[in-house]
Design a protein around this ligand. Structure first.
Ligand SMILES: [Zn+2]
Ligand SMILES: [Zn+2]
Ligand SMILES: [Zn+2]
Length: 757
């Protein structure tokens, strides 16, 4: 029954068996494993020419953190033999019997329906369990390294429950190896150590390509080792995905860029950490979620109207103390040295870092307020005045300052003057209240007559003007001193300009996605002014909060729970909200110990993020150099490769040159709409691109700011660059607008080349 190789653990002096059982074909030693692993890789490479397996790049976008959580829980559950968590049990032992392997582990009937399950090499003994749990419980870790893991450990029951994703991440990378030292037979222990080392290596910020290939081979061998010691049911889909991670890293760059779980940085000397209580739902959150501006980097945690309580301050922070009520708006950092920053106009700094979907100074991504905490440089944190409510005050941080700043800057505050507010939504309704506080005559200009009563009775407007009523519009010609235009849909400006008196001012703060027509005659003949404005600097935002507190101005809100966010977004898309949703983050986000890695709102955003995430197989290409995540900022660079877009994929960007001066994010986008390959939304480069391989060359001369696109050797496009400091090529599929359900592009033989100097 047992072969001579039955006990490789030998010196462990233990009755648990390390070995497989009766399957004689099973590889027995490391060298054989290595050969089988090599064979697999060679086979895959050989098939490369015609097999999808190699020709298609990055199809799945594996979420490594998620995989780590599953594997870590499976390992711990199995080691501790926790009921319901262990992959071992009567059923899995019966599997072994059916498969005719590992006879020594088969269940033994002891009469009365009692089955005895012999101890297996993957089980810790009772003493070992206690040692293992005690070691984990007593580990002293730096602040913010993980949540308090010891809270999850029950020493009496030898159970570990309630681990968070990030806990599993650090367990797998570091702690498990420490806690298991000297426990378990050597075989299963080594298998676990090897797997831990693999995940540790593959999650590094920089990956060495040569070593990665070795890891890809080694991990197959590691999985074979697991197969010898762990029950067959251990090998679920999550464990299996380990095999594919190396290849994804080879194609897509370091896996951390594709994590679904956002992190927050440690509180630095100038930082303030706040526990988030409320967060407003701004229309831009929806634009980002749907990637309507084409610049969303998933995963995304939106929210830039944040009110919270200070829980930690850095050593240089004097403005705030723990327990203070504070706010964070749209901007969380900037260069602090440019002309704009020195004039307290951080919002116009070219290096301004936005509260979410931006890259912070340390290279990490920023995440917004739909989460439990945020760490922000004190300069960008605002004092929340005592009498300003946290919930209805939150929207002032974006909506409030967006209308307050232009009113101040353009001098639209002279008492007695007449202000028109075009559009009665989140921005407009605050503009009405501010106008009244500045003692202006306020008229709401709207296309929906049914909003009249509310505008006048609830918000305090003096009158209401229906744009679709020609008689009303005619009567109002030349009656207004100022107009704030908050409409973000494309709309004509001429009627609004007509409402202005001589020297009248029209300021637009909505952001229509296409240019508006600007009639010059009324401007010239009436000495009128058209201007724009974007939120406000920190000093002015503070001034606005203080002003609102003094005049009892808040937003009219609908308070929602975190779990209702998807419903709220649906309603927001139909402008069905009076006038701002605010999330009661503090009371409705799933609770847990305050930890540095966030419990994010992502759980309740599953529908959106999943849709966005799985379809944004956005690819960072392997570079010529060792470091996979390359970027360039000078020189002449070329992307070369073969692409293929199957029939049915539409409304999608398939290749881009990333990086440009704001408001643009990209220097080039090649998109496919209904079978045509286009430069952005036009012109058409190739009328029928579906179902055939095409050869693409994109040459980007950064210095000369020129981009050339060749398809099948023909120069089809030559356009100017769009600025930007760093660039990279990306291909794959990236949903744009009117995107189809089917989303696919295939790529092969991709090269990124740099012209020699
Ligand atoms: Zn697979
Ligand atoms: Zn906003
Ligand atoms: Zn600046």
């Amino acid at each position: 029954m047992l072969g001579s190789s039955s006990n490789l653990s030998g010196d462990d002096g233990d009755n648990r068996r390390d070995d497989g059982g009766c399957d004689k074909d099973q590889p027995r030693n490391t060298e054989e494993y290595r050969i089988s692993a090599r064979k697999f890789v060679d086979m895959a490479k050989k098939n490369g020419g015609n097999s999808d397996m190699i020709a298609l790049l990055l199809r799945h976008n594996l979420d490594v953190m998620h995989i780590e959580k599953n594997i870590c829980e499976s390992i711990i559950g199995t080691l501790l033999h926790v009921k319901g968590k262990s992959k071992d049990g009567l059923k899995s032992r019966k599997d072994l019997k059916d498969m005719c392997i590992r006879n020594e582990l088969h269940p033994q009937e002891r009469g009365n329906n009692v089955n005895y399950l012999p101890p297996a090499p993957h089980m810790l003994s009772k003493t070992e369990k206690q040692i293992f749990c005690k070691r984990l419980a007593n580990l002293k870790l730096p602040d913010g390294y993980s949540s308090n893991i010891s809270n999850c450990i029950s020493l009496e029951e030898c159970k570990i429950v309630g681990l968070k994703s990030h806990d599993c991440h650090v367990l797998l990378h570091q702690l498990l190896s420490v806690a298991l030292r000297g426990l378990l037979p050597k075989g299963p222990r080594n298998a676990i150590f090897r797997l831990c080392a693999f995940y540790n290596e593959v999650c590094q910020r920089v990956i060495d390509r040569n070593r990665l290939e070795q890891h890809e081979e080694d991990v197959i061998e590691t999985m074979c080792m697991f197969e010898r010691f762990f029950p067959p049911s251990f090998f679920d889909i999550m464990v299996h995905l380990t095999i594919h991670i190396g290849r994804e890293a080879r194609l897509g760059g370091p896996v951390q860029y594709r994590w679904m779980y956002p992190f927050e940085r440690e509180n630095g000397n100038d930082d303030v950490t706040l526990k988030i209580l409320f967060c407003g739902v701004c229309h831009s959150d929806l634009h980002y979620l749907k990637n309507e501006w084409g610049i969303t980097m998933f995963p995304l945690v939106p929210g830039h109207e944040i009110v919270g309580i200070v829980t930690k301050i850095g050593s240089n922070v004097e403005k705030f103390k723990v327990g203070d009520r504070v706010g964070v708006g749209v901007v969380v950092s900037s260069c602090k040295t440019c002309e704009n920053c020195q004039q307290d106009l951080e919002n116009y700094c070219r290096k301004a870092i936005l509260t979410y979907n931006s890259i912070d100074h340390d290279g990490t991504k920023t995440y917004g307020g739909y989460s439990d905490l945020v760490v922000v440089d004190q300069r960008y944190v605002l004092r929340f005045p005592d009498n300003l409510p946290s919930d209805s005050g939150a929207p002032l941080l974006c909506a409030g300052i967006t209308v307050y700043s232009p009113m101040k800057y353009y001098g639209m505050t002279e008492p007695g003057k007449h202000l028109g507010v075009a559009g009665l939504g989140g921005l407009g309704h605050v503009a009405v209240k501010l106008g009244k506080a500045f003692r202006l005559k306020v008229t709401v200009i709207s296309s929906s007559p049914h909003k009249e009563a509310e505008a006048i009775n609830r918000l305090g407007a003096d009158s209401f003007l229906v744009t679709r009523d020609p008689a009303q519009m005619k009567a109002a010609l030349g009656t207004m001193d100022y107009i704030i235009d908050t409409v973000s849909a494309v709309h004509p400006l001429a009627p609004l300009l007509g409402l202005l008196k001589l020297n009248g001012k029209l300021v637009t703060v909505g952001l229509p996605d296409r240019p508006l027509e600007l009639p010059i005659f009324p401007l010239v003949l009436g000495r009128k002014l058209v201007g724009g404005s974007d939120i406000g600097g920190m000093k002015e935002t503070q001034e606005m909060l203080d002003f609102c507190a003094k005049h009892n101005i808040t937003a009219d809100i609908e308070l929602i729970k975190m779990d209702d966010i998807n419903k709220a977004f649906e309603r927001l898309a139909k402008s069905d909200v009076r006038y701002r949703f605010v999330i009661d983050v503090g009371n409705s986000l799933s609770k847990g110990p305050m930890t540095s890695p966030r419990i994010s709102g992502i759980a309740s955003l599953t529908e959106f993020t999943k849709r966005g995430f799985s379809r944004q197989t956005n690819l960072i290409l392997p570079p010529a150099k060792q470091n996979l995540g390359y970027e360039y900022s000078s020189g002449v660079w070329q992307f070369e490769g073969y692409g293929y877009v199957p029939h049915g994929t539409s409304g999608v960007c398939i290749m881009q040159v990333f990086g440009a001066n704001p408001p643009h994010a990209t220097t080039l986008m090649l998109r496919v709409y209904n079978g045509s390959l286009m430069y952005y939304r036009g012109p058409v480069l190739v009328p029928n691109i579906y179902d055939k391989w095409f050869h693409l060359n994109v040459i980007h001369d950064v210095g000369a700011a020129k981009v050339k696109v060749f398809i099948d050797g023909y120069l089809l496009l030559q356009v100017d660059g769009r600025g930007g400091t760093t660039h990279s090529f990306k291909c794959g599929v990236y949903a744009q607008n009117n995107d189809s359900y089917c989303m696919e592009s295939r790529w092969k033989d991709i090269k990124v080349l740099r012209k020699c100097d």
